[in-house]
Ligand binder design. Structure first.
Ligand code: CA
Length: 745
């Protein structure tokens, strides 16, 4: 049933109210006039967090956020099936609650959105008794029909135990003064029925603790709050296998996936909220290991936010969700870090705030505040206006994350992320019909972050050719098998201090065809102004598929006409241009924004394929999960520039070599090609090594257990080595065995 007239709405709401009172015969309202106790104080803190506290509704960003809240609530309200009658759903697009608990959770979410508008200062729906009554009616309907203590759960457990309870708890906080005590008891009793207390590991565990703490606050049950807080303790421990935080900064969820930026983000969002709720209360977190959580902010979260973009290489299947592009989630990370600052020691809080200020000032993507809470916007604006908080400098770092097969290299003006997989970490996750084309995202995908801050936004994922991701070596047209480990243990690298790294990956293609295989040895040398990439031993037994190494697949400007110069010659900017280019020494692609030009240098010259193409796709092509579909399912279009090596069909011991030169002009790339900073010392299946002459740094990956020498380095076995001649005869040396032979995993 759709609503149309105010009169009808009035009549229906009258009926709803009658139902509410009939449904809860002992309806004694709990009112704000009750003498406040500590629980009321915690609930008030929670309420203000949800509603944003004391802000200026006239501030344009605040006004915009209020409008978004109002529009969402209006839309929910206008489409709500008001009943009472014999309805089986609240929204026609969420009609399958009887079989699909996602529809129950999303119905609660919509009621929350309506309750939020009802409570939002400055919203046209603020204080609307009609909205209030619809929310109360909806809560009662869901409780009586789907979500009560007599129901045996079905479908995805997460919806019953985490998704629905979080939305329901928040809604009860907003409507607390309007709800009969019996209703609060029924709703929180249902939550208790489905999830009595903390469960599971990692992000799921923190979620379940947040649910318990929230329920305890609402029911004034100190033991349940305490249980929720104490339940966090296992999460604080660093792990050496399975789910959780690793000492190196990695965060793993679902045993074999890198997830700092998705499950890890949810974890820190909920953890920071629980910390904030209970800080200074009788249930404050006393476990000394909780200090680790503040270290995670520095080690596991901040490094993966590039000027407000949360790197896709640690976001798993979340990259396939239309509303969760890298900046969307990076801004949410900023909000979580800011909330961590609210419970952190002053020295930690000051550091976090400086970093957030740097992000706020250097994010040139869309409005930082879009989609964020009033609470965050108010605090972020205060931060920007607080002259005592100095923005952090641009981070410069180089680090390998062996526990999740990732590498990160941050230099002035650019950042590089490398995403790999192995016998320990799987290639990509595709649960719940999501990330359907993530095939090659773990096959050495090389992300380049620079002044083009929206490179991986703007519908990159549904439009990019998923067979040709930058940095990968791929069997053309072959999907990699989902959620797969392989037999390769040599994946990782080593870093010289915090400056430079050498990274390597023994790549094995995995798909359903067990009669054919493709293997390659891939190395990256992460220096000051260049990233050198070497490949060797590229051997395939697929009888009819080319093997390609993708140097570049860059999303272009709206016209798709970014200038491409090769060996000094300007190539066609027409969509559809393709060419097999021989004798390529260098190339240059003009950026779409300041500071986003990219140079490419090919030692020893190369034969290179070029393609400028326009591609269209829908988010539904890569994610079909009900809860996160793009409304209207529109097709999106982007233009891309491809540069790749075609190693041909069934190559044996093919190789490649190239260097990325971020931020250089065409003439600077031309100069570099005439006098490169580095020389390739070796590029074969036994060793790959590069010397950066101006830095005096050598990186070498030794792939076998036989004795090998390059320059002044001799290794008796498998190793990643980086060495710097510091002058005066002194050397700095860094070595690892990426096979992790001592690993418990
Ligand atoms: Ca250099």
């Amino acid at each position: 049933m759709m609503r149309s007239t105010a009169m009808r709405r009035y009549v229906i709401l009258f009926l709803c109210l009658a139902v509410i009172w009939a449904g809860f015969p002992i309806a004694g309202k709990v009112h704000a006039a009750d003498p406040g106790d500590e629980y009321d104080g915690l609930r008030q803190r929670w309420y203000e967090m949800l509603t944003g506290g004391n802000y200026d509704p006239a501030d344009p960003d605040i006004a915009n956020a209020i409008q978004v809240i109002t529009d969402k609530a209006e839309s929910n309200w206008n489409t709500m099936n008001a009943g009472p009658g014999s309805r089986t759903y609240l929204w026609s697009d969420l009609a399958n609650g009887a079989t699909n608990p996602t529809h129950i959770r999303l119905s609660y979410q919509r009621l929350y959105e309506m309750a939020l508008a009802y409570r939002t200062t400055g919203s046209s729906l603020e204080g609307s008794s009609a909205v209030r009554d619809s929310v109360l009616d909806g809560l009662q309907f869901l409780n009586e029909t789907y979500y009560n203590d007599a129901v045996t759960p079905y479908g995805n457990w997460w919806e019953w135990q985490i998704g629905a309870p979080l939305a329901l708890n928040d809604t009860v906080v907003l409507m607390y003064d309007e709800l009969p005590a019996s209703a609060i008891a029924a709703y929180t009793g249902a939550i208790e029925h489905f999830v009595a207390g903390p469960r599971d590991t990692g992000a799921n565990r923190v979620w379940s603790c947040a649910v318990a703490v929230g329920r305890g606050i609402l029911t004034k049950d100190g033991a349940t709050i305490q249980r929720g807080v104490a339940g966090l303790s296992p999460v604080f421990d660093y792990v050496t296998s399975g789910d959780g935080f690793y000492e190196d900064g990695s965060f793993i969820q679902h045993v074999k996936f890198a997830y700092n930026g998705s499950y890890g983000l949810s974890l820190i969002e909920n953890l920071s909220t629980v910390f904030y709720f209970v800080t200074g209360s009788s249930w404050d977190v006393t476990d000394p290991k909780s200090a680790n959580a503040y270290r995670w902010v520095d080690d596991s979260f901040i490094p993966f936010v590039y000027k407000g973009a949360l790197m896709d290489m640690v976001r798993g299947r979340d990259i396939s969700v239309f509303s969760r592009e890298d900046h969307d989630m990076g801004h949410r990370m900023a909000a979580a870090v800011l909330r961590m600052a609210q419970s952190a020691a002053p020295v930690d809080a000051a550091r976090y705030k400086s970093v957030i200020k740097y992000w706020l000032l250097n994010d040139t993507s869309h409005n930082f505040y879009e989609g964020l809470s009033l609470d965050f916007i108010r605090q972020a604006k205060a931060l920007l206006n607080d002259s005592t908080v100095t923005p952090a400098p641009e981070p410069v770092a180089s680090k390998v994350y062996p526990a999740m097969d990732r590498a990160l290299h941050l230099r002035p003006g650019f950042g590089v992320g490398i995403s790999m997989f192995s016998k320990r970490i799987a290639n990509y996750e595709t649960t719940n019909g999501q990330n359907l084309k993530g095939w090659y995202t773990g096959a050495g995908m090389t992300y380049l972050y620079n002044g083009d801050s929206d490179q991986y936004g703007g519908n990159f994922w549904p439009t990019v050719n998923s067979y040709r991701l930058p940095g990968t070596t791929a069997v053309a047209g072959k999907n990699m098998q989902a959620e797969s480990l392989n037999n390769q243990t040599w994946v990782g690298g080593t870093s010289l201090g915090d400056d430079y790294s050498v990274v390597g990956m023994s790549l094995e293609h995995i798909d359903a065809d067990i009669t054919a295989d493709m293997n390659a040895k891939k190395s990256w040398f992460l220096f000051d102004d260049e990233v050198v990439a070497l490949g060797s031993g590229i051997t395939s037994t697929y009888p009819s598929n080319d093997v390609e190494t993708i140097v570049e697949n860059r999303r272009l400007n709206a016209a798709g006409d970014n200038a491409l110069t090769v060996n000094g010659v300007l190539k066609s900017s027409a969509i559809g241009w393709s060419e097999t280019m021989t004798g390529v020494k260098w190339a240059h692609l003009a950026g779409s924004a300041a500071g986003s030009d990219i140079g490419y240098y090919f030692p020893g010259v190369a034969t290179l394929e070029g393609l400028r193409e326009e591609r269209s796709g829908k988010w539904f092509d890569i994610s079909k999960y009900t809860g996160v579909l793009e409304p209207g399912d529109p097709a999106h279009t982007n233009r891309f520039l491809n540069l790749y090596f075609n190693h041909g069909t069934a190559p044996t011991d093919a190789s490649y070599a190239y260097a990325l030169l971020p931020g250089k002009t065409a003439s600077a790339v031309n100069s570099y090609a005439g006098n490169p900073d580095f020389i390739v010392l070796a590029n074969n299946s036994s060793v790959q090594a590069v010397k950066e002459k101006t830095l005096g740094v050598i990186g070498a990956n030794f792939w076998t257990n036989s004795e090998q020498s390059v320059d002044m380095i001799t290794s008796s076995g498998k190793a990643a080595v980086m060495l710097r001649e510091d002058g005066g005869g002194s050397l700095s040396l860094s070595v690892s065995d990426p096979n992790q032979p001592a690993s418990a995993r």
